[in-house]
Design a protein around this ligand. Structure first.
Ligand SMILES: Cc1cc2nc3c(=O)[nH]c(=O)nc-3n(C[C@H](O)[C@H](O)[C@H](O)COP(=O)(O)OP(=O)(O)OC[C@H]3O[C@@H](n4cnc5c(N)ncnc54)[C@H](O)[C@@H]3O)c2cc1C
Length: 305
């Protein structure tokens, strides 16, 4: 671990517009906040990312991008370098009235929703209330019961491991429930920009967003450390909602190692501090097995481990 840190310092310290941190606490980078230590690099410009990725690739340094960290759990000792992009954003430079507009991948989805609401842009209520950056929201095809982010997308711009910038147009079949194949697995591309289509105007979009946010507040433990829904709902002809099935089993409130199945929403696990990924996995496997034994359904994890 120490040798790897020294290697990183040697290779990456001189890249301008980046900040490398060695053996740091990583729990703050995820909404679940499980205990985790490792190395991270913040990247402030596209040019810096174009320099960073080829160095990582040529030196076979494994890495992972984290956005808001709302769908990510990290191990106690993280061996991947965590990349956090933090690009400058100037709202005044975007024309929301055009047929399409682009936003940086590091922008928080909440900020994008609020700007879209100001311009009364239709359908943005569908992704309101989801903690995410735009990059993370695209990769996970973030959505609610009202719709998914993919419905608003035109293209994404990425930097590949050679440091080359590419635009990928959205095509049919690239997105499914909480999943996308817009980035090829294992290719190491990083999304830098997301292009949205303007699907029209809706005078009621702000009201819809406010109503929906209120509903979420009353049905989800938004004041606790969580990773959102742990399991995907099961789509097998009819939708089986994981939370409902966990609730039927009477597991709400079940606690182990500073982790508890939320009383407010059974598909959420609340973390009170100090738990590790291993603790989470123990609970996760236990609940998954119980679900299989009770209902004969294998629920897949929604959270990325
Ligand atoms: C309280 C709460 C409520 C939630 N409710 C919902 C909900 O209603 N609907 C829903 O869909 N989800 C929900 N989630 C889960 C989460 O918010 C979404 O999955 C969200 O889209 C994750 O975005 P992120 O930026 O946090 O991604 P991260 O967790 O940081 O990353 C997710 C994936 O995207 C990749 N990634 C991130 N940025 C980039 C980039 N720039 N380039 C390449 N890859 C990238 C990461 O490597 C990782 O594989 C909820 C989570 C919480 C904590």
């Amino acid at each position: 671990m120490e040798k790897e840190s020294e290697r990183l310092l040697k290779l990456l310290s001189n890249i301008v517009d980046t900040k490398l941190e060695i053996n740091r606490e990583l729990s703050l980078l995820t909404t679940m906040g499980l205990s985790s230590v490792g190395n991270s690099v913040e990247v402030y410009t596209v040019e810096a990312l174009k320099k960073l990725l080829p160095i990582l690739s040529q030196n076979k340094i494994p890495y992972r991008v984290i956005g808001r960290g709302a769908n990510t759990l990290l191990p106690k000792f993280c061996t991947e370098l965590i990349i956090v992009i933090k690009f400058q954003f100037n709202e005044a430079s975007v024309d929301f009235t055009k047929e399409s507009f682009s936003l940086p991948a590091s922008l928080l989805l909440a900020k994008a929703v609020s700007m879209a609401a100001n311009y009364k842009l239709k359908d943005w209520d569908k992704v309101a209330g989801i903690p995410a950056t735009l990059g993370g929201a695209v990769v996970t095809n973030a959505g609610t019961s009202r719709g998914e982010i993919s419905e608003l997308l035109l293209s994404v711009t990425v930097i590949d491991t050679a440091g080359v910038q590419k635009k990928i147009m959205v095509e049919e079949g690239m997105f499914s429930y909480r999943n996308s194949t817009i980035l090829k697995q294992g290719e190491g591309e990083v999304i830098i920009e997301v292009e949205f289509k303007n699907v029209g105007m809706d005078d009621t979009v702000s009201d819809k967003i406010n109503k929906y946010l209120e509903e979420r507040k009353s049905s989800q433990p938004l004041d606790k450390k969580t990773c959102g829904c742990v399991f995907k709902n099961y789509e097998g002809g009819v939708t089986c909602r994981a939370g409902k099935y966990i609730d039927i089993m009477g597991m709400k409130g079940f606690k182990t190692k500073n982790l508890a199945i939320s009383l407010k929403h059974a598909n959420f696990v609340e973390h009170t501090g100090g738990a590790s990924l291993d603790d989470f996995l123990m609970l996760n496997i236990f609940v998954k097995d119980e679900l299989r034994q009770h209902f004969g359904i294998t629920f897949e994890n929604e959270v990325i481990i």
